[in-house]
Write a protein that binds this ligand. Structure first.
Ligand code: TYM
Length: 328
């Protein structure tokens, strides 16, 4: 049986955190053997909000390096940088011309992000989901593994594909989101009512994948909890629930086992053990990352091969699109 095609993307804004890891890239690495995969560092999405050029340049390479360090490999996956495959911007423009503004006005992520920037909001930020649809549709993607916050964007991609196919014939495959049963929404450490995020101003809110052991211990120590005592999974207690969820995702133990483990323990004990579990889990990833990026050319060459492989498929698709809408 032919393998299904998977596509997913990740921005290069700020450092990758535990939410990105548990909600997305750890799953990408684990599932890559059963699918045809494209994983993309979406630098054109990253510039929808202002970025410092030299920091951006560094972050693009850092994110790409972390994807490989997390275990994604060239044999099973095509890893590339979005701006290196020109068809992404080209298809985004074509899809812009057939996507109703009303569909984009309903996007909750745009509403949230634009509130912060008021009238400085760029057209690009508004149009962000159409570029995401282009990313997905270029590769005949069937499955898009993402965290919960991206569900609406993937559904929009499907709507855009359907509308296009209705007008011009069967050109695009309809994609579906795959949200992991656990880990699809890791919450912030200092603000557990909100998802852990890269743009969060407070550094302590998230664990970066490259944080040092002491940094991790400190952040977990300061994580918001509550004034109760018992250690139980309880969604009404977001702080403790989030710490336990992270512990569960990293150890693979059941909720019952974990609650039994920590019966009679203090929050301090839980935090100390959790910090060590995170440090041990990230250690091999960090080692691989520094090994990989130590030799600059090695990563560059892998990314160049990725862009070539992605480019071949993307060019075929854009050609088909051109022909079907009458540009050729
Ligand atoms: P981005 O860069 O914000 O996040 C990358 C992936 O990490 C997931 N994620 C989380 N999962 C669990 N808990 C969290 N706190 C958490 N924070 C982030 C995200 O859901 C995502 O899967 N728009 C996308 C990038 C994109 C894309 C695409 C994705 C561009 N084109 C095409 C899929 C397909 C984004 O900003 O992800």
């Amino acid at each position: 049986m032919e393998k299904k095609t998977v596509f997913s993307g990740i921005q290069a804004s700020g450092s990758l955190h535990l939410g990105n890891y548990l909600g997305a890239i750890r799953n990408w690495a684990a599932m890559q053997y059963d699918y045809n995969n494209y994983f993309c560092v979406v630098d054109l999405h990253t510039i929808t909000v202002p970025q410092d050029p030299s920091t951006l340049r560094e972050k693009i390479r850092e994110v790409a390096g972390l994807l490989f360090a997390a275990g994604i490999n060239e044999e099973n996956s095509v890893v590339f940088i979005q701006s290196e495959v020109k068809a992404h911007s080209e298809l985004a423009w074509i899809l812009n011309c057939m996507t109703p503004m009303g569909w984009l006005q309903r996007m909750t992520q745009f509403k949230e992000k634009s509130e912060k920037q008021k009238e400085e909001v760029s057209v690009g930020l508004f149009d962000y989901p159409v570029l995401q649809a282009a990313d997905i549709l270029l590769y005949d993607t069937q499955m898009v593994p993402v965290g919960e916050d991206q569900r609406q964007h993937v559904e929009l991609s499907r709507d855009i594909a359907q509308r296009f196919n209705y007008r011009y014939g069967q050109v695009f495959t309809l994609p579906e989101a795959y949200i992991p049963p656990h880990g699809g929404r890791v919450m912030g450490l200092s603000n557990p009512d909100k998802k852990m995020s890269k743009s969060e101003d407070k550094q302590e809110d998230s664990i970066s994948l490259l944080d040092s052991p002491d940094n991790i211990r400190n952040k977990i120590k300061k994580a918001t909890t509550d004034s109760l005592k018992d250690i139980r999974f309880d969604e009404k207690r977001p702080g403790i629930n989030n710490l336990l969820t992270i512990y569960q995702l990293l150890t693979g133990k059941t909720q019952e086992e974990i609650e039994n483990n920590f019966a009679g323990s203090s929050y301090k004990d839980l935090k100390e053990q959790l910090a060590e579990v995170i440090i041990e889990d990230l250690r091999p990833l960090q080692d691989r990352y520094f090994e990989l990026t130590g030799e600059k050319r090695y990563l560059d060459e892998m990314l160049q091969r990725g862009a070539e492989r992605a480019g071949e498929q993307a060019e075929r698709k854009i050609d088909h699109v051109h022909k079907s809408i009458g540009l050729r």
